[in-house]
Design a protein around this ligand. Structure first.
Ligand code: FMN
Length: 187
């Protein structure tokens, strides 16, 4: 059960990360609109370090599924779209961009909220091989592989294993008082 002490956007309140994906494809305009949303995220010096490697065709999905850990494949293999989010680690002059991951995370946040607005579901994934992602998707070393994202439509919970069915609900959050400190840090 989620609780909210303050009024925030309905999309933020409703968004969560289901694992029960339907195999139904995602409309291309809807899919591209998610990247449009991500594109308008703010970034340090407007560097826009994020890049999205997208699989929405069976041959591409087969490769992308091979990058996922086995326990993730159990549910993510049904998703009609898989994405690898990467970010460029340096600026054009070769200086390191220490905000590349921060900015790419913001872009993911925009993407997931636009998906929610359009009735799509998203699930970010850390359970995959970054080495395989570099190798199989030809991602150059100057880009850091950050996360994978499953995108699609909500499917039937009953199609998940019993263990996953038990976790299939929106998660709550820590109370604001544990997260926000006025004046100085408190642990
Ligand atoms: C960077 C990142 C990596 C994640 N990796 C996984 C994962 O490997 N497996 C998984 O089941 N969920 C994964 N999640 C989903 C989180 O567990 C989920 O967002 C969190 O429990 C909060 O739940 P909610 O999104 O439903 O509100 C990941 C989320 C993020 C942001």
């Amino acid at each position: 059960m989620r609780d909210f002490s303050y009024e925030i956007s309905e999309d933020m309140k409703q968004r969560w990360s289901p694992r029960a994906f339907s195999t139904e494809p995602v409309d291309m305009d809807d899919l591209m609109a998610l990247f449009e949303a991500a594109r308008y995220a703010p970034s340090f010096f407007n560097e826009q370090p994020w890049r999205f490697v997208v699989a929405d065709k069976e041959e591409e999905l087969k490769v992308m599924r091979g990058i996922l850990n086995e326990n993730i494949q159990e549910w993510a293999n049904k998703a009609p779209v898989l994405v690898v989010l990467v970010a460029k680690k340096s600026f054009a002059n070769g200086e390191p961009n220490n905000w590349h991951a921060f900015d790419a995370g913001t872009a993911w946040g925009y993407l997931t909220l636009e998906a929610q607005r359009r009735g799509l579901i998203t699930h970010a994934i850390g359970g995959f091989s970054k080495i395989k992602a570099h190798e199989l998707l030809a991602i150059p070393g100057k880009f850091e592989v950050l996360a994978m994202i499953a995108i699609g439509k909500i499917g039937k919970k009953e199609n998940l294993s019993i263990a996953l069915q038990e976790q299939e609900e929106p998660a709550n959050r820590k109370p604001l008082k544990e997260l926000v400190f006025h004046g100085r840090f408190r642990s």
